[in-house]
Structure formats: structure tokens, C-alpha cells
Design a protein. Sequence first.
Length: 101
Amino acid sequence: MNAVAQVIQFPSQIDRLGELKAIMADLQAEYDQIADSLRAQGAGTHEGRMFKAVVSEETLTTTFDAAAAKAKLLEVGVAQSWIDGNVKVSVRKASVTVRAR
């Protein structure tokens, strides 16, 4: 199906997707504001009438720069075939991006 046919066939789905994204952004902003206020109260359990929220201690995380490691391995003489044989590949779901017109 060509691009023109897709635009004609799916405009209501595209518009609905955009509407939902806008609603989700508003909800996320409200969620983040409330979560920030709970974080400010400190770690622990906070009780509501229907739900409870658990705030954990802040932790540090680290990341590993795979591209830099690969470059260093190649620099010190590790064969590309060894690197390729030890790379794990995973599939990510195709993404859909919607913006206001």
C-alpha cells in the first residue's frame, strides 16, 4: 500500500493516536508531580484510601560503554570475529512516534 493510500485509509486512527498521546502526557505530568512530592517525604510506605505507594532509597546506577570497549578490544588486537561471536542481539519492538500537527 502506498503512502497516499495509508493517509486516506487511517486518518482517524492517526488522530486518535495523537489524542491519546496528549492525554497520556497530561497524566504523566500529574503522576510525576505527585511522585516527586512523595519522594520529597523520603523513603517508606505512603498509604492512600485505595492504594499505597512505596518510595525506595535513591541508588546509583552505572552503564557500560560497549562501543568504547569494542574499540579498545580492537586496539589491543582482539579479533573482530571473537567480538562478533560474543555479541548478543535482541529485537526491539518497532516504535511509533506521534506529534501534534
